[in-house]
Design a protein around this ligand. Structure first.
Ligand code: AMP
Length: 190
């Protein structure tokens, strides 16, 4: 099963993805993590860092190249969880094309909802714990804006495909996971 998580930064995507990937026994593909580890790789790394550090999206072609390469690994054949990808309509269309080419598609999109003030306070807390360079008050604001303008429109795109499940992310991580698990199970059975 191929699942896409959509949610603003700080919504808890990473935590929920890890749990769900373990439950479904499929790889967890976080483009944020992939891009952060690409930072140290020469020219491409420098280019990527310039975007991440100011809270802007890396270019679609760079992201697609990294994702396609990862999808070629045999472990994604039975499915995977996309965490933080796609983030633009261009990426979503290119992902659909790529999957269609291999006879697959996105089966579920989890739309994780958390109120704006809660997001900001969660991200500031994370900044202290993880020391992430892109969790400053300024970049947090930029990333939230990027989410609303560039990523939120994906919900209409996937909504038209009838694959979106809206999840209330304002509850405890356990309650959120239970909700996600039961909806994914329902989709799997149906
Ligand atoms: P994340 O860990 O998912 O919050 O991603 C951290 C940063 O990596 C984002 O603010 C972007 O700069 C970059 N990034 C992650 N995923 C993507 C993507 N699918 N497209 C473009 N940029 C991305």
């Amino acid at each position: 099963m191929r699942i896409v998580f959509i949610g603003p930064p700080g919504a808890g995507k990473g935590t929920q993805c890890k749990r769900l990937a373990e439950y479904l026994k499929v790889p967890h593909l976080s483009t944020g993590e992939m891009l952060r580890s690409a930072r140290s790789e020469g020219e491409l790394g420098c280019l990527v860092a310039r975007y991440i550090d100011v809270g802007q999206l890396a270019p679609d072609d760079v992201v697609m190249q990294i994702v396609k390469k990862r999808l070629e690994a045999g472990d994604c054949r039975a499915g995977c969880l996309f965490d933080g990808f796609p983030r633009t309509l261009v990426q979503a269309r290119l992902l659909d094309e790529h999957l269609a080419h291999c006879g697959g598609r996105v089966e579920v999109v989890l739309d994780l909802r958390v109120k704006q003030d809660e997001l900001v306070s969660r991200m500031l807390k994370r900044a202290q714990l993880e020391n992430r360079a892109d969790d400053t008050a300024e970049t947090i604001q930029a990333r939230l804006e990027v989410f609303h303008t560039q990523t939120a429109p994906l919900l209409d795109y996937y909504g038209a495909q009838g694959v979106v499940e809206r999840i209330d992310g304002m509850r405890s991580p356990e309650a959120v996971f239970e909700d996600i698990r039961s909806r994914v199970d329902r989709r799997r059975e149906g």
